[in-house]
Each structure stands twice: as C-alpha cells, then as structure tokens.
Design a protein around this ligand. Structure first.
Ligand code: KG4
Ligand code: ZN
Length: 345
C-alpha cells in the first residue's frame, strides 16, 4: 500500500483549521499543510469567544482555508485518502460548520469520513513533532476550554481514559479572566506570561486549588485562584497601594504551573507511566513548560511538549488523529455523523 494523504478539519472554537498529513506505509506521519484562520480578534472586545460570531467566521473562512492547505501541500483534492473532522467537544454552531464541510467533501469525493474527538486531537498533535507515542503515556491537556489529565494506552486509536479534569474554570480561562482583572488584552495567556517574566512568582502566596488531603487527587480547580487574585487587587486598591502587576502575574502563573505539574507528575508516578505530553494553548506558557521540565527530570519522566503552533487549535492535529485511525484500520463514521458539543474523551 502506498502513502495516504489525510485531511483534517477543525472548527470547534474560534480557529478554522485545515491540515494535511501524509501517512507512510510504516505508520510515520509527515505534516504537509497546517492552515489556520482565527476569529480571535473579533472576540477580543467581548473578552471571550462569542459563539455566533465564531460560527459565522468559520463559514467565511472554511473554503479559503481549505484552498490554502491544498496549495501548501501541493496535493489535489482527488489525492486525499480520508477526511477527519472534529465532531466534539466544542461550540455547537461552530462544530456544525466543520462537520458539514467535511461531509460535503467526503460525499463529493467518495472518501471515508472520520468524526474525531478534539481532545484526543490535541494529544495527536505531539506525534507530528515527536513521533509515535509509547504504549502508555499521560497527557495534560490545558487550553481555554479544557484542563484534563488523560491516560493513553495502546495508541490514540485505542484507549483514552480521563483520570482528572477541572471542576470549574479551565486553566486558559483562568488566564483570560485574570488578564481582564489586570486590564491586559484577550487572550490573556501571552500578556501574563510576558509580564510575569519581570515579576517574582513567590511574591504573593495565591491558593493552590484542590491540593488538600481530602481533595480529588487528579482534579483541578482554578476559580478560587481567580477570586483570590481579584480580592488581592481590590484590597491593594482600597489601601491606595500601587498594584505590583508583574508580581501578581508571576504569582498567579506560579500557582497554575505548580498545581498542573504537581498533579500530572503525581498521576504519572501513581499509574507508573514514564512519558508526559503537555498540549493545548496553555502548554505554550513558559513557566509551565519550565517547571514541568524540572520536575519531570527529577522524577525520571520523559516530557513531550509540541511547539506552540501545534499546541493551539489547528487542523493538522485532527489530520494526525485521523491518520492514527486509518493506520489502525478503524471503521469510518457514517455519513449522518452528528456533532456532539459535550463529547467526552
Ligand atoms: O488550545 P487553545 O488555542 O484553544 C482552546 O481550545 O481553548 O487555547 C487558548 C488558551 C487561551 O485561554 C490563552 O489565554 C491560553 O490558551 N494561552 C496561554 C498562553 N498562550 C495561550 N496561557 C498561558 N500562557 C501562554 N503563553
Ligand atoms: Zn483545543
């Protein structure tokens, strides 16, 4: 059998992504195209993603993004072997645009359609950079919509078990909300990361959520941390003090990175897993990857963090996951595939 080209379509949130991956006979993946159109600027003035605006933007961007991906890959549509698309979780209207487009292409070309899970896609992104996953690994998925610890066994086409998740805000959501409190732009991760470099992460002891002895071992909570930052800033303002913005940003960032890495490493040790993958938009955070590297080295755990471009939402990760399914001989989805906004992993 010769190489197969897998097309991936992503539209679960505010990024319209189309990626093309070459699946080699030996199961290797080569990234041929990764085109993304983002509507993030249209949401910035609202401080968060507006579902209706996102759906409309996907509709406008889908075909041009597809054209750019085909041009970048040098492939013709007729050469595509299979089409993978995010079926959930995500915003209902946004998912519908991607799934409808994928069905239309699959039907017109007579190609198999694979509806895939966005969360598994974030983990698959790493295989584009670091190759196949070991038989067992742990994934920490941290984005604007998710904070999860996943146990992946026997490859991505096989078994993925959620062993922990956030009980309230996602890690990226906490960054976005704290950024708003500090009058920083949306999305809040990059400006907080930058500001924190000039501050002291030990300056303010913000709480580490769900780290008490009776708390769920692998779950996360960030809403108390956000409230604590808000209270700290309000108190300083009332007292007429100048707000040490860099110290607040660094101390908040330290609390998030501390909890995420401590829980991930604890889970890896408990489950006897020696590889940790960190993916999702927050994986781009310099303190998170720095602290994870330190703690993984101490614990003898191999750390894999894909480059930032692969961490945020994109179509290449969906194509990669589709390729893993094709390689494993998975059954395609029916042509009446529906979207599942609350799809579990
Ligand atoms: O994966 P992603 O692009 O989209 C979702 O699926 O949500 O993640 C976006 C999130 C935003 O909340 C953004 O603030 C956060 O990732 N983010 C960061 C950084 N870059 C992006 N958070 C912390 N530090 C960063 N450098
Ligand atoms: Zn995502």
């Amino acid at each position: 059998m010769s190489d197969r080209l897998i097309l991936g379509i992503e539209s679960s949130c505010d990024e319209t992504g189309v990626g093309i991956v070459r699946l080699g006979e030996d199961g290797s993946l080569e990234l041929l195209a990764d085109e993304v159109a983002s509507s993030v600027e249209e949401h910035a003035r609202f401080g968060g993603v507006v579902p209706e605006v996102a759906s409309r933007a996907h509709l406008e961007a889908m075909v041009p993004t597809m054209r750019r991906a085909l041009d970048a890959s040098g492939a013709e549509l007729s050469q595509i072997h299979s089409i993978a698309v995010t079926a959930g979780p995500g915003l209902a209207g946004a998912l519908l645009v991607g799934v409808s487009a994928a069905k239309a292409y699959a039907a017109a070309l007579g190609k198999p359609l694979y509806g895939v899970n966005h969360l598994a896609g974030h983990v698959a992104a790493d295989t584009l950079q670091h190759g196949a996953l070991p038989n067992r690994c742990l994934a920490l998925l941290v984005s604007g919509g998710h904070s999860q610890l996943l146990l992946v066994e026997g490859g991505l086409a096989n078994s993925i078990t959620e062993i922990g998740s956030t009980v309230d805000d996602a890690a990226g959501e906490a960054y976005d909300k704290v950024a708003r409190l500090l009058d920083l732009p949306y999305p809040g991760g990059p400006p907080i990361d930058k500001l924190a470099k000039q501050g002291n992460g030990c300056a303010i002891a913000f709480p580490r959520g769900l780290t008490g002895p009776r708390d769920a071992k692998y779950d996360f909570s960030f809403s108390g941390l956000k409230t604590s930052v808000a209270r700290w800033v309000e108190r300083a303002e009332r007292a007429g003090e100048e707000i040490p913005l860099a110290d607040v940003a660094a101390s908040f960032q330290e609390a998030v990175a501390d909890v995420l890495t401590a829980k991930a490493i604890r889970a890896a040790k408990d489950l006897k897993v020696d590889t940790l993958v960190i993916s999702g938009g927050v994986a781009a955070n310099s303190r998170l990857s720095g602290l994870a590297a330190e703690r993984c080295a101490e614990a003898g755990i191999e750390l894999r963090v894909p480059r930032p471009r692969l961490c945020t939402d994109n179509g290449a990760m969906i194509a990669a996951l589709g390729a893993h399914l094709v390689a494993a001989g998975a059954k395609p989805s029916p042509m009446d595939l529906s979207t599942t906004p609350g799809l579990p992993v």
